[in-house]
Design a protein around this ligand. Structure first.
Ligand code: R5P
Length: 259
């Protein structure tokens, strides 16, 4: 069953659950939920008291409905795999991003940038594949009530910077990071992001930003606004997901896809 639980997330999630239930009652030998985008993944812990861990609830719902396995991509936090007691394959878009970057730029001239401290591992992975350098945008609020200070860690002066992230939602993180990079002397800033959530206002925010281009994957079906946006380009993850489905069906290794 292939279903991204993107907007409208609850409708798409419910549809996935009832389809799993139908297949289970029809004696399917094995049911794999293929979720290129796993909605609610950012709610993976309690940031404060009396808040839900919705990603865990979604994991429980999928398991209870009867899925035997989950195939997903660039989970916001890898630990979400541990919310399930069934196998979870977490694919990575980074090889596709690296290949696209290699086609368009001289990799040695690039600086791969994480837009926040949490994404450093992802950015380092792509930088390593390309043999490019690495920088980090560090945002911090010195004291409650004071405005956020944005520091760029690493040398970006006179360089083409490529921000990489798992999700672009409002676009705020990327647009602020692009602004900080240009202020730190970068010649230009582009972004490669796996999941283009792009909620209301995001497309306009990106159009007005210092970002030269935003590349997303088709893990979420693009809206018309995204399709016609001049700065936004889509690369497909369909062959990668197709190959992973084939390997699951053949009971061969999925992880070796990334060797
Ligand atoms: C945060 O940890 C994520 O990796 C993304 O940076 C974040 O979800 C992007 O959100 P927005 O586009 O609304 O700033």
């Amino acid at each position: 069953l292939v279903q991204s639980t993107s907007y409208p997330a609850n409708d798409n999630l419910m549809e996935l659950l009832v389809c799993i239930d139908a297949l289970r009652r029809a004696s399917a030998r094995r049911i794999t939920a293929v979720m290129p985008y796993f909605g609610y993944a950012r709610q993976d812990r309690k940031p404060g008291p009396r808040t839900p861990i919705s990603a865990k609830l979604v994991a429980n719902l999928i398991t209870t409905a009867g899925a035997d396995r989950v195939l997903t991509m660039d989970l916001h936090a890898g630990q979400i795999q541990g919310f399930f007691d069934i196998p979870v394959d977490n694919l990575y878009a980074s090889p596709l991003m690296a290949a696209d970057l290699r086609e368009r730029y001289d990799p040695g001239a690039l600086v791969i940038v994480s837009p926040d401290v949490g994404g450093v591992g992802r950015a380092r992975g792509i930088a390593k594949r390309l043999d490019a350098s690495l920088a980090i945008v560090d945002k911090r609020r010195e004291r409650a009530g004071t405005s956020e200070v944005v520091n760029v860690i690493g040398d970006v002066s006179g360089r083409l910077c490529v921000l990489v992230d798992d999700i672009v939602d409002s676009g705020g993180t990327l647009c602020n990071a692009a602004q900080a990079l240009v202020e730190a002397g970068a010649t230009s800033a582009a972004a490669y992001v796996t999941h283009g959530v792009l909620s209301a206002g995001a497309v306009a925010r990106i159009a007005a930003s210092r970002l030269e281009t935003l590349v997303i994957t088709d893990s979420i079906r693009a809206t018309e606004a995204v399709r016609v946006a001049e700065k936004i380009r889509e690369i497909t993850v369909a062959p990668l997901i197709g190959e992973a489905i084939r390997r699951i069906s053949d009971e061969s290794s999925v992880s070796s896809l990334f060797d």
